[in-house]
Design a binder for this molecule. Structure first.
Ligand code: G1P
Ligand code: ZN
Length: 545
């Protein structure tokens, strides 16, 4: 049997964004669209030939069909072995763990993360390299360039494989191993955390705890780890069946989209600990009785307490955060005397620092936290980390851990305001207004604060010296405050404008104020500079986190 070559013409706009290529399902279903992108990966990634490819996704609509297509193409492109999660399932951090554990040359992760699924929802595909992490910009650029020239793709005629049982099958010479999607991931977590201590915490009758898998990929992972391995009651994990349309919901773990869990835990104070994860399992939201942990604070608290957890007992090499993430982690790094790094938005920018051993923990304000154990953010890992801390700090609660942390390091009040699906021209013009004003801002006042620097963030990677420009506009008032504006690189409709606000408070007496009230002057400043609300006719942000 020899592979077919099917002629195609390039599709516009197959440029990977913050996290892979994300489009509406109907875009991906155009004949040849998925194939053009996948062939561009195979054409540019020579070491996949004769190597191992990991394949799986978050189970959303079109996941299974895409996997069958990619397997037929992989066989026709000389891949020797494909590892596929059973039922096509692999959470993003699990895919990273599988790539690393099995020494694969790369992986294709099928997900649009927290974006809604279903026939009218979103789909996505992301190439991860042999370190288990998202391809760096040099690789995504090469793939994109190839998509603009592609003239044919290679595929074998072959029936659909059975993905629902752990098995070994073949397409021509390529071995297809259908693997349990949880095994490697669960084994890895067991090496990091004190499962004995967590088990004792979870079994305490007075410890009320819940994990919301949001009808997305973490259901099977949470059931294995939290229920089977750690002894939580079965009903502690809710919405645990992955659904193709996530039950019609937006699988994004934040107060807006995990509203019921937030209400029950934070507003009604009925649970001691609650957490949720997103469509592909890489995000996490941590809540405690009467309090929500801002993701930026979560990174800082984990860093400050890391040595209490077996996997990090030897201490941290350093920490990194994306630029818009609050500087709470920097304060911890300074206190611990370890290095801290500020990278552009998107997990791919942490890869080099992790590979070089310069950092151990990293995180983003967008509910993403992780460590050197994989090269993706890892939702359940963060949940286990928090549980481990609570387990070894008897008498402490989520709230007390936070307030103690703020007393020691100061509090960084933080909020992100998203304006979704704004007309692309209006969004660009609003950001351009601010960009044009940047040089004149230093010395100006925002309320009582003085602007010290204002720039368009550019990053030089400390390991390979690659440069990434245009990574977000930032207005900085020394250590006191920051206002940041950037366009989302993951949206599929119009433009999403993200405004980020950070305000530092050293005085413990003023560390339990209302976040939105404290940042209000910064919010007014952003509107004054961008005119976004006025121009878009919006009264306020669509989502506040
Ligand atoms: C968003 C988040 C970013 C995260 C990415 C993928 O990207 O802001 O931190 O890495 O999703 O989960 P954005 O839409 O802002 O480009
Ligand atoms: Zn995600």
């Amino acid at each position: 049997m020899s592979p077919h070559e099917i002629a195609i013409t390039p599709f516009d706009g197959q440029k990977p964004g913050t996290s892979g290529l994300r489009k509406k399902v109907m875009v991906f279903r155009q004949p040849g669209y998925l194939e053009a992108f996948v062939q561009s990966v195979f054409d540019t990634q020579a070491d996949l030939r004769g190597g191992t490819l990991v394949l799986g996704g978050d189970g959303r609509f079109f996941n299974r069909q895409a996997i069958q297509v990619i397997l037929r193409m992989a066989a026709a492109n000389g891949i020797a072995r494909a590892l596929v999660g059973r039922a096509g399932i692999l959470s993003t951090p699990a895919a990273s763990a599988v790539i690393r554990r099995h020494g694969a040359q790369g992986g294709l992760v099928l997900s649009a993360s927290h974006n809604p699924g279903g026939p009218d929802g979103d789909f996505g595909i992301k190439f991860n390299i042999g370190n288990g992490g998202p391809a760096p910009e040099s690789v995504t650029e090469a793939i994109y360039r190839r998509t603009t020239q592609i003239e044919r793709y290679r595929v074998f005629d072959h029936h659909d494989l059975d993905l629902d049982h752990v098995s070994l099958q073949h397409i021509n010479g390529m071995a297809v191993e259908v693997i349990d999607p949880v095994d490697d991931y669960a084994a890895l977590q067991e090496t990091l955390f004190d499962f004995e201590a967590i088990r004792a915490l979870i079994r305490r009758p007075d410890f009320r705890f819940r994990f919301d898998a949001m009808h997305a990929v973490t259901g099977p992972y949470a059931k294995r780890l939290l229920v089977e391995m750690l002894g939580a009651p079965a009903d502690a994990v809710i919405n645990a069946e992955p659904k193709e349309d996530f039950g019609g919901h937006h699988p994004d773990p934040n107060p807006a989209h995990a509203e019921a869990l937030y209400r029950e835990t934070v507003l009604e104070a009925r649970l001691d600990f609650a957490a949720a994860s997103d469509g592909d399992g890489d995000r996490n939201m941590i809540l405690g009785r009467g309090i929500a942990v801002s993701p930026s604070d979560s990174l800082a608290v984990l860093a400050a307490n890391a040595t209490l957890v077996p996997g990090y007992a030897k201490g941290l090499a350093g920490v990194a955060r994306s630029m818009p993430t609050s500087r709470a982690a920097d304060a911890v790094a300074a206190g611990l005397g370890i290095a801290s790094f500020e990278t552009p938005t998107g997990w791919k920018f942490f890869g080099n620092l992790l590979d070089a051993g310069r950092i151990t923990l990293c995180g983003e304000e967008s509910y993403g936290t992780s460590s050197a154990h994989v090269r993706e953010k890892d939702g359940l890992w963060a949940v286990l980390f928090w549980l481990n801390l609570l387990a070894v700090k008897p008498g402490e609660t989520v709230a007390s851990l936070l307030t103690t942390h703020w007393r020691r390091f100061g509090r960084h009040y933080y909020s992100r305001h998203d304006y979704e699906a704004v007309d692309a021209g209006i969004a660009a013009a609003a950001l351009q207004r601010l960009r044009d004003a940047l040089p004149s801002l230093p010395g100006n006042r925002i309320g009582g604060l003085v602007v010290t620097t204002a720039d368009d963030f550019a990053y030089t990677d400390p390991i390979d010296q690659s440069i990434s420009t245009g990574q977000g506009l930032r207005v900085v008032c020394g250590e006191q405050a920051r206002v940041i504006a950037r366009l989302s690189g993951t949206g599929t409709e119009g433009a999403t404008v993200r405004l980020y606000f950070e305000l530092f408070e050293a005085d413990p007496a003023r560390q339990r104020d209302d976040v939105q009230a404290r940042i209000a002057p910064l919010v007014d400043f952003a509107e004054h500079m961008t005119g976004l609300r006025a121009a878009s006719g919006r009264r306020g942000p669509d989502v506040i986190t």
